[in-house]
Design a protein around this ligand. Structure first.
Ligand code: HGY
Ligand code: MN
Ligand code: MN
Ligand code: MN
Length: 394
């Protein structure tokens, strides 16, 4: 997969392993520039929309377009395929269609969405949520990264105007069908022994931040009875999250980020942020409501306070079954698979007929350096995407 080879090493994270590419950072800007160069080399007309998503048009932009793409940003220490495989496969599908002399009857566009992982500003699918108006522009402008820079300020350094962000009816009015190809983030295709699947649904998921506030103090001079240590309720919440997920059918709860302040080894923290990712078939709110009650009790028992912020939320998305089955028909009866991973396709599905293709990941691991797809299966994916685009835009 030559395109992925071009990206190898860009944003490699020497400390954490894997890749760290976050919206507007040097690595992500380099990837954006690479995509624009690749698109222009193919004679596609490139434009960056008000929400900093990049579009590349084959033919005149217009309504009823068949749009395909994914994202280039990553989680911290992420794999090489999550996001980029969908973008590279879209470029390769254009090449395959042109080799066959295909001429789209509908406008056809490639798209790269901004900040899909929420790795810098904490809200996943920020670019597609802004486009569809599922996050208020003021809220987005005020989101802060780990250095305290707001999204508005970061947009400014990127040369984009934060005053222009928000629901983009012009862009949405052009999309007739959206298809996202993505590396599978699980073992479904391993078990089915197939290279490509069509997505059935995306598990409902959300993100919450639990901030436990106590009393910072000296690790040696403070007796245990005199402590209000926020790390204690935080640790109990981490364990309670696992138990809550186990008690919920097909529930999942993860604390991948636990941030004590000030963060000294010989310092009792004054506050601890517990970042919870929770997912369940009927949305994660009921799972989290129960957890929040427990967290309040944990805080009270340690003489701490608790603030809870819900950072983003979505119920289970079921993809359009007619479109799903039409694509299965084009792809030799490819299997359908649910996914526990969120995607921009899950956001757009509320606005327009949307589908996803998955490419086998022989490790079943994602959001980690071990994430993988073989060159053969990547090829299968590009060919499958080309067939789907020909079916939809032909
Ligand atoms: O978090 C997710 O499921 C996606 O990778 N953004
Ligand atoms: Mn991801
Ligand atoms: Mn992804
Ligand atoms: Mn995505």
């Amino acid at each position: 997969m030559s395109g992925l080879d071009d990206l190898a090493g860009i944003g490699a994270d020497r400390r954490r392993g894997g890749y760290s590419r976050h919206v507007f950072d040097d690595a992500e800007r380099t990837l954006r520039e690479w995509f624009v160069e690749q698109a222009e080399r193919r004679g596609l007309a490139v434009e960056t929309d008000a929400n900093t998503n990049i579009w590349a048009w084959w033919g005149r932009p217009g309504p009823g377009a068949v749009v395909t793409g994914s994202h280039l940003d990553s989680v911290p220490g992420g794999g090489a395929f999550d996001g980029p495989l969908g973008v590279v496969s879209a470029l390769e599908a254009v090449d395959l269609l042109r080799e066959r002399g295909f001429q789209p009857r509908a406008p056809l566009a490639l798209i790269v969405f901004a900040e899909e992982e929420g790795g810098r500003f904490g809200i996943p699918c920020l670019g597609s949520r802004l486009m569809t108006g599922t996050i208020h522009p003021d809220r987005a402008r005020g989101l802060r990264d780990a250095d305290g820079l707001t999204f508005a300020e970061a947009m400014g350094t990127f040369g984009a105007d934060p005053a222009r962000i928000g629901r983009d009816d012009g862009a949405l009015g052009r999309i007739g069908t959206f298809v996202e190809l993505h590396v599978e983030q699980g073992k479904g295709l391993i078990d089915l022994d197939r290279p490509v699947a069509v997505a059935d649904s995306i598990l409902g998921h959300g993100r919450w931040r639990f901030r436990f506030r106590g009393q910072g103090n000296h690790a040696g001079a403070t007796l245990i009875d005199d402590r209000h240590d926020p790390m204690i309720p935080a640790a109990r919440l981490v364990l309670a999250a696992r138990s809550a997920a186990e008690a919920t059918r097909d529930g999942r709860a993860t604390v991948g980020r636990l941030v004590p302040t000030p963060g000294g080894t010989n310092v009792i923290a004054s506050s601890v942020d517990v970042h919870l990712d929770a997912r369940a078939p009927r949305g994660a709110r009921s799972l989290v409501d129960d957890l929040t009650e427990q967290a309040r009790e944990f805080a009270w028992q340690e003489g701490c306070q608790l603030d809870v912020v819900e950072e983003s939320f979505g119920d289970t998305v079921h993809f359009d079954p007619t479109l799903r089955d039409r694509l299965r028909g084009v792809l030799d009866d490819a299997p359908i698979l649910p996914t526990g991973a969120g995607h921009d396709a899950g956001v757009l599905a509320a606005e327009t007929p949307t589908a996803m293709l998955f490419v086998r990941n022989p490790t079943g691991v994602s959001h980690a350096p071990e994430e993988h797809a073989t060159a053969e299966d990547c090829e299968e994916g590009s060919h499958a995407l080309a067939r789907v685009l020909a079916e939809l835009a032909g």
